[in-house]
Design a protein around this ligand. Structure first.
Ligand code: NZQ
Ligand code: ZN
Length: 394
């Protein structure tokens, strides 16, 4: 077991109707003017944006708006947001949406609080010294950005999707009303459940510092999400299932399921980010499409963890060798993905990269990781290419 720091400063306000408290929460952050940041229209159609404006109005909070964030959020809109915030002297950003909107808000917050080009942070050529305070009204359980210190942005002209981490961007509050997620298309609900699972799986498959309590929390979380994902597939309006998944999304990516470990593997995320950058696929679906190939590729280097996962999470019966159990566990996970209509290879995901594109993605993935990535097995560029080839599904 390794030592660790656990820092989760976000105030979580969870339950039915909690978006009505948004005015009070923004007021308590002593902001003068807020930016309301949102996506492509779901918050307009659901009436959520109007309710938020009225709650802010009751507290006398002035605001400006910037919608139009797309999944795999773009740097060009971040630049627009930075300009707008500077011009309007905005000192607080309210992100109303999912991971894409929250990440875009974080990037704008960095851009306002720091001199120079905000992309430098995502290229890791320098570090941020601050970020505007961010508040969140969450509308999809998935990325966990509402409590995380990460932000992921796509520089569209380079097809480069990059992440930047710092505690400065951790939201000051996150309003989570599970009812707000009931308007999600089934595909987005399934993508979200996959991403939530993967945030804990990335921390679970390591070769360093595993801790019994952390494993038990992780296994409970994975069980719960798989069970509730099936309930939501069949009954999307089930409030309790929406609530279970929403809270799991935050706990899966706020560091809790990594306490005491070496920090996790995160190679599947690294590999997926290149697929998102190049082909603009939904993040959760991209993860499902690459995970099985990654797992089979690294299995020999981390067999006991895969065997434990098979038995404790996927319910594979005792008996047989560890490797046999591990392989059965991977197959069972892929079966779960199929059961919620997630892809298990790139063909099912709907993309068919050429050999040259695979090489480009492997190269960019390795560059983004500083050469090597992973803990279950440390991957270099050649390994990444091999996993991409395995995942083609031809
Ligand atoms: O834009 P709108 O119209 O709102 O539609 C969105 C979007 O099309 C829709 N949606 C969201 N809430 C809805 C809704 N539709 C109907 N009803 C609702 N209540 O869902 C679509 C997807 O939204 P998005 O924000 O892209 O989803 P998600 O939360 O999965 O975020 C994905 C992004 O987060 C990044 C991913 O890479 C990806 O760019 N990640 C961020 C992380 C972080 N900051 O910690 C960690 C993750 O690993 C991930 O990489
Ligand atoms: Zn993710």
């Amino acid at each position: 077991m390794f030592g660790f720091q656990y820092y989760a400063p976000t105030r979580v306000v969870f339950g039915k109707g909690t978006e009505g408290k948004v005015g009070e929460l923004v007021a308590s952050a002593h902001c003068k003017k807020a930016l309301l940041h949102y996506g492509g229209g779901s918050v307009l159609r659901s009436g959520l944006l109007a309710r938020i404006k009225s709650s802010l109005g009751e507290q006398g909070i002035s605001f400006v708006e910037l919608g139009g964030v797309v999944p795999n959020p773009r740097l060009s809109l971040v630049y627009q947001g930075i300009e707008l915030c500077k011009k309007e002297q905005v000192d607080f950003i309210l992100a109303i949406g999912g991971g894409s909107v929250i990440d875009s808000a974080k990037a704008i917050g960095y851009g306002v609080a720091n001199e120079g080009d905000v992309w430098d942070f995502y290229e890791h050529s320098r570090s941020a010294n601050g970020c505007l305070p961010i508040g969140v009204v969450l509308t999809i359980a998935a990325a966990g950005s509402e409590m995380s210190g990460s932000s992921v942005i796509t520089k569209e002209d380079q097809k480069a999707k990059r992440s930047y981490k710092s505690d400065f961007c951790r939201p000051v509050f996150a309003i989570m009303d599970p009812e707000l997620t009931m308007t999600l298309p089934a595909y987005q609900t399934a993508c979200g459940c996959t991403d939530i699972l993967m945030h804990t799986m990335e921390r679970y498959f390591t070769n360093g510092g595993n801790m019994e309590l952390t494993d038990a929390i992780a296994e409970g979380l994975m069980h719960t999400v798989m069970e509730q994902a099936i309930i939501l597939r069949d009954d999307p309006q089930n409030y309790n299932a929406r609530a279970e998944v929403m809270w799991a999304g935050s706990l899966s990516h706020n560091g809790l399921t990594g306490c005491g470990t070496d920090g996790g593997d995160f190679a599947t995320h690294g590999l997926e980010h290149e697929m998102g950058g190049m082909f603009d696929v939904a993040h959760g679906a991209g993860l499902a499409a690459i995970w099985g190939s990654w797992a089979r590729y690294v299995l020999e280097s981390c067999t006991p963890r895969f065997a434990r996962f098979a038995r404790k999470v996927m319910g594979i019966a005792d008996g047989g060798t560890e490797k046999e159990a591990a392989l059965e566990g991977i197959a069972a996970m892929e079966e779960f993905f199929r059961s919620i209509k997630m892809p298990t290879n790139m063909k099912e995901l709907g993309i068919a990269p050429s050999e040259e594109e695979l090489r480009t993605m492997a190269h960019m993935c390795s560059v983004a990781a500083g050469g090597k990535k992973g803990s279950a097995k440390v991957l270099e560029e050649g390994d990444m290419l091999e996993i991409y080839r395995m995942a083609l599904g031809e």
